[in-house]
Design a protein around this ligand. Structure first.
Ligand code: SF4
Length: 378
């Protein structure tokens, strides 16, 4: 199984917390769509033996594309690749782009999954984050989208300064009231080169507190599990049969191809990434050159990646796989490093699979980095 990720590097406005690659100028949008279609075609030999099972439009804000542009890019994939019979085709979309008319239009396309960037249903949170939509748009688009799409995910952000536990619970309840089958939820994090960082440095916004984020995470897990969601990845909750196929494949170490500026690819041996600059990307594609850098992964890189993704998911880290794929040295190293987390009941081993416990879940990233193989001689 393999997937194609298409990065659409445009947003209407910059959210204060975001450090993804995007431009708020739409001047090069049409040129970009043509270049992305060309990259799709240029790379077809990479997937000669693979069948594409998922196509994912991420960004940026893919919903700034017209339906014709989206259909054009999907057709470009079908023209150059073998696509499975029922591929999962996801569009990340923001509420301000999802009018009723637009949702109906999208429902007639091959898009069969929407991932909607709600973030919060409260006006003050949306303003603090500088989102382009308001609370009424968030609710209205879900009301309509659920009539036309069955497979919908929404994003929520917790740990926002000023967000009480009560307010967070209300956000979750409002999300649940729409009956959607998938929720992705992240703690607000302060990335170095963002407006949020500047606003905190200058005292205009309070710094998000880890202990608040931890409480919000516990509230989230409890509320969603009580509503039959499966906590299948640290930040992702889905009802049975509604896990994101695209993201699950990525977490399970499957092959994927990233198209568009800043997109990353992985083929099991190496990873590559496209230049994070729209003009340089366009120039390179126009000159028939792929604008990417490639890195062959060492065993330590692949082990570290597996530890991180494995611990974040319900599938865990198979100790048998560590032994067969990486060797005894890695297994011994892991057994030694993990001891303190086993003693503190932050992780457990079940059927020879290492997983985080409920108590350790929120600390997953920290635990994983403590298990990384740092100074291994290859
Ligand atoms: S819409 Fe998404 S990608 Fe664009 S600035 Fe906001 S968070 Fe970042």
């Amino acid at each position: 199984m393999s997937g194609i990720y298409i990065h659409i590097p445009f947003c209407k406005q910059a959210c204060h917390y975001c450090d993804f690659h995007f431009s708020t100028s739409m001047k090069k949008k049409e040129e970009m769509v043509l270049a992305i279609a060309k990259e799709i075609q240029m790379r077809k030999s990479e997937f000669e033996k693979d069948q594409v099972e998922t196509i994912y439009f991420g960004g940026g804000t893919p919903s700034v594309l017209t339906s014709e542009e989206i259909n054009f890019l999907i057709a470009a994939v079908y023209n150059s690749y073998s696509v499975s019979e029922n591929p999962e085709i996801t569009l990340e979309a923001n509420p301000d782009d999802l009018s009723e008319e637009r949702i109906i239009e999208l429902s007639k396309s091959k898009i069969n999954r929407l991932s909607i960037g709600i973030q919060s249903f409260f006006e003050d949170d949306l303003q603090l984050m500088n989102r382009a939509h308001n609370s009424a748009e968030a609710k209205k688009c879900l009301e309509v989208a659920t009539q036309y799409f069955d497979n919908i995910s929404l994003d929520l952000i917790y740990g926002v300064p000023g967000m009480s536990n009560e307010k967070w619970k209300q956000n979750i309840e409002t999300a649940l009231s729409f009956g959607i089958p998938h929720i992705s939820s992240y703690a607000l994090t302060v990335e170095p080169k963002t407006a949020l960082n500047k606003l905190i440095q200058t005292g205009k916004i309070e710094k998000p507190k880890d202990e608040v984020a931890e409480e919000h995470f516990a509230i989230l897990v409890e509320a969603l599990e009580a509503n039959d969601f499966i906590h299948y990845e640290l930040s992702n909750f889905g009802k049975a049969n509604y896990f994101s196929k695209n993201n699950s494949a990525y977490w399970l170490g499957k092959k994927y191809m990233g198209i568009g500026p800043s997109a990353h690819s992985y083929d099991g041996v190496s990873r590559s990434w496209n230049v994070s600059n729209n003009s340089l990307y366009l120039k390179s594609i126009q000159e028939d050159k792929l604008p990417n850098e490639i890195e062959i992964l060492s065993a330590a890189d692949r082990y570290n990646e597996y530890i991180m993704t494995g611990l974040r998911t319900i599938w865990g880290v198979s100790l048998d796989r560590i032994k067969t794929e990486f060797g005894f040295v890695y297994l011994e190293y892991l057994n030694k490093q993990v001891q303190k987390f086993l003693n503190d009941e932050l992780v457990l081993v079940e059927d020879n699979v290492l997983k985080t416990t409920k108590k350790g879940k929120f600390l997953t990233d920290g635990i994983a980095s403590d298990l990384f193989y740092l100074n291994l001689e290859e």
